[in-house]
Write a protein that binds this ligand. Structure first.
Ligand SMILES: NC(=O)c1ccc[n+]([C@@H]2O[C@H](COP(=O)([O-])OP(=O)(O)OC[C@H]3O[C@@H](n4cnc5c(N)ncnc54)[C@H](OP(=O)(O)O)[C@@H]3O)[C@@H](O)[C@H]2O)c1
Length: 329
């Protein structure tokens, strides 16, 4: 398999796996105390993991201003250092937050906020431009989003961003952004347990990359969340909000999801792959437009996820076997 992919119609080349930087932001919460991070993290280990990924050929990193209320962008910027121009940096805007209390405080879909947020992200990341700038408000009003799309075109003209996208699971919303010439992707949930055929159809028709969040089903597809109560307080999966699928409140992983992971184990671990590598291999086989962005929190995870590149995509036969295993009944 070619270990690189192109971001939609932009011509921007990225490694076929990107690294998702949500978890490395550390703990943060909503105003009601609901955890929105993945528990505590060791920044030194995050920096080592990013540098190891760079050495293994990873050239795409996805973060957001709100992850750890700015901390994820700072850690990524520090880890990249002088190698920043070797990579493609994606970040997101739209949320409001208070770094002092590490709390999400709301959202703002105005063009004025877009400019303010971009200035702050550039500072935290220590860079002069963002390669892929993404609207983080998944359900924003479509009319207001069209204004943001046009404002993003201005930012491209000014050289502050190279391309932009909407992070949303709604193909109708993604299509609004796709009308802009420099919209190059949609970021959406996709993994072997949760397919998104309509969004992939849009990507095909509009020439967008499909940047895949939750490619490991938030860790379920690594096979390690078999036990109950293994998740520490402060980890969003220990008290999952309504939109988070696959984890039950206080109980760890949902048994029905775990059963499906177990049923897929043989085919996903074919040809010496680990389960996580098999989950990424499914995504590459699903469409030539996909770019999975698995999260990570250690050098070991970075090595395993980057190591998926050399094992490549599942074969047609293996994809058929996945379909057979997941078929209802
Ligand atoms: N609205 C949005 O725009 C949005 C929403 C969600 C995610 N995202 C982006 O997508 C990225 C990835 O999605 P995600 O964070 O939802 O989940 P994911 O990639 O499906 O799962 C990542 C988690 O799985 C575990 N893991 C990763 N590699 C592993 C390995 N090799 N072995 C064992 N465990 C491993 C780690 O957590 P543990 O070690 O704690 O289990 C890691 O944090 C995020 O980082 C973020 O950049 C964007």
């Amino acid at each position: 398999m070619d270990t690189t992919r192109t971001l939609g119609r932009s011509g921007i080349e990225v490694s076929a796996v990107g690294f998702g930087c949500w978890a490395i932001g550390g703990e943060w919460q909503d105003p009601g105390g609901q955890p929105l991070g993945w528990g505590t993290v060791d920044d030194q280990e995050s920096v080592r993991a990013i540098r190891r990924a760079l050495d293994l050929g990873v050239t795409f990193f996805d973060t957001a201003d709100v992850y750890g209320t700015g901390h994820s962008e700072e850690v990524l910027g520090r880890a990249l250092g002088r190698r920043r121009d070797e990579v493609v940096v994606a970040t997101k805007w739209g949320n409001l937050f208070d770094p002092d209390t590490r709390t999400l405080t709301g959202g703002d879909d105005s063009p004025e906020h877009l400019r303010r947020a971009l200035t702050a992200s550039l500072r935290r990341l220590g860079t002069e431009y963002i390669d892929l700038y993404q609207l983080h408000l998944a359900d924003a009003d479509m009319g207001r989003a069209a204004r943001l799309r046009d404002a993003c075109e201005d930012l491209v003209t000014q050289g502050l961003i190279r391309s932009y996208a909407w992070s949303t699971d709604d193909p109708e919303r993604a299509a609004v952004f796709a009308k802009g010439p420099h919209c190059t992707a949609v970021q959406h949930a996709l993994n072997v347990l949760a397919d998104a055929p309509e969004m992939l159809r849009l990507c095909e028709e509009a020439g967008l990359a499909s940047v895949n969040r939750s490619p490991l089903a938030m860790g379920l597809l690594t096979g390690k969340h078999a036990g109950r109560g293994t998740l520490p307080e402060g980890d969003i999966r220990s008290r999952p909000p309504a939109w988070l699928r696959g984890f039950g409140a206080g109980s760890g992983a949902d048994p029905e999801w775990l059963a499906r992971v177990e049923a897929l184990r043989d085919v996903l671990t074919s040809e010496g792959r680990t389960l996580a590598q098999g989950a990424l291999a499914w995504l590459w086989a699903r469409s030539p437009r996909t770019v999975p962005i698995p999260g990570f929190r250690s050098v070991a995870q970075a090595e395993e996820n980057a190591g998926a590149l050399e094992k490549g995509a599942l074969t047609g036969e293996q994809m058929t076997e996945v379909e057979r295993v997941l078929a209802p009944g």
